[in-house]
Write a protein of this length. Sequence first.
Length: 599
Amino acid sequence: MSLGERSCYCGEVRESHLNQRLILKGWVRRRRDLGSLVFVDLRDRTGFVQLVFSEDRDAATFLAAKELRPEFVIAVEGVVKLRGEKDANVHLATGAVEVEVAQMDVLCEAATPPFPIEDDALVSEEMRLKYRYLDLRRPFQNQRIVARHRLMQRARKQLSSEGFLEIETPFLGKSTPEGARDFLVPSRLRAGTFYALPQSPQLFKQLCMVAGFDRYFQVVRCFRDEDLRADRQLEFTQIDIEMSFPDEEMVMGVAERLTRALFEEAGLTAPASFARLTWAEAMERYGCDKPDTRFGLELGTVSEVAAKTEFGVFRSALDAQGAVRGLAVPGQANISRKELDALNEVVKPFGGKGVVSLMRRNGALAGQALKHIGEGPAAAMLAAVGAKDGDLGLFVAAPYETACACLSALRLYFRDKLGLVDKDHHALLWVHRFPMFEWSRDDNRWVARHHPFTMPREEHLDMLESDPQKVEAQAYDLVMDGNEIGGGSLRIHSGKIQRKVFRALGFSDEEAQDKFGFLLEAFKYGTPPHGGIAFGLDRLAMLLLGCESIRDVIAFPKTTSGLCLMTQSPSEVEPKQLEELAIEIKKSPPRSHDPKEGN
RNA sequence: GGGAUCGUAGCUCAGCUUGGUUAGAGCGCCGGCCUGUCACGUCGGAGGUCGCGGGUUCGAGCCCCGUCGGUCCCGCCA
């Protein structure tokens, strides 16, 4: 058997190969040794097929088969035989046949893996990440990476077919003040200066429009040095899109066709239509700018009724210009005291002091705070959130945004607790008309909610200086099942407006010139109106493939503390490397990443 | 930066509430037997710095403090 020869993949062997002599290669999945008959499952990325070794074929090969262990890499030559009705395995694609092995090469022996290479093996994520190459060898994890490949190729095909050009942009770029924390890369040739890895190719794709490419896309890695989450990694992949002369509808159209294509590629049915909500509507109805619209439990505001009560909780919130908001949970009027207490824990992380509950059981009002609120107002509050007999009304009194966040959390809590969504059903939703700015308490100034290159709505341009909080952006997010999967905007293409926005953000003209001078310069030479969108590929793949974590669709992800458990990065570097970069380390790093070593 | 939770055999876990001979289970691993297995069966065996450091105690896997690491969340991030 020569190294390059292979008849087909293991998972592809069928009855059509009957009596053919095949050369197969793969990993030993399992050996079943019956004494003078040995079965071996041979696995590769397509599945596995049963090999049979028997004494009366070839004694040497048979004895070698007895020495096989899980994960040995072998090559075999043998004849495909029908298993017969009694011995066939109906659960396997290859189960009707088996390969009678005449010859075998052990290409590589294997140590016993730290965990079984099986889908149903229970393995901690720590183990999976440390031995990622073994985790990826497991069929289901392997398939996720294959599926991600398909999604990427489909995206490229779809966008190319609409005339978009895939253009690469630099990874070594310029640090920009807005947005996330940059990853810095020290320059050796100009020691003391730094490149920044791109948070996104935002400015380069805009410059592609200035260059006249008209339609650009890129499947591109982005880097943000912020804390990680189940759906956030330090580096992640965007499907980045930009086009010239669009209106919002055109960008949304491109995005919708792409989304439908990706749903199809994943074997899912996209919802018939993409719903649309303004940001203000989303906050009012769901308390969230990326609502899960697959179920009800919509929010209501009861501030007016609450203002008529003497209830201290309501009074103090309303006196501080806050709101009393609530929602109705159908059929939960008989919720236990213990379960109600648990709700307080749900809202705590979002700044809520507590949840006020009212309910109507068999016509009678109930609730701990009922005596403070009074029957009349209580009935009105329940009516206002649509609570009927047998329903539970939950209310939060707090600043408007806090009340929204708390009730949104309660919505999701009951979604999961009561199983309100069908996992096979998906919702796609555009949220648009975002506020252009939000107030940063840390920086004591306005910051761009999307980014500083977003075009404000034309009719709001006059308010940039006078009423920045009222300015709406021509920005839009695509939301799937309560997750933001993409976001974009029409961009500013005039230096004049761009300077006004920089000023609203508190940049002096000098700062703007220093940080974004190249953009303002480019805008002088004929810039087409342009806009675009970027999809978070990892997050979208996660949702389309039904994964719980973004790490499941990334071949080599990092832990939530930004470590690679496989390579032990980040790590210290040689003093010589630091010298070349003219860098001195002030603080000694933690001594170990290895949990087995500790201190 | 903060909160929650977890760390015991190669893996997944029990033991911790109430500190007390020699720390258990399943799977895996090693060896014997077995011609139709496919979670093969069967008989036998090996395997532990209880993440790490310190403290309390006559005595710590168990209690306390710190630390490292995994996960989830808030802040942060779009």
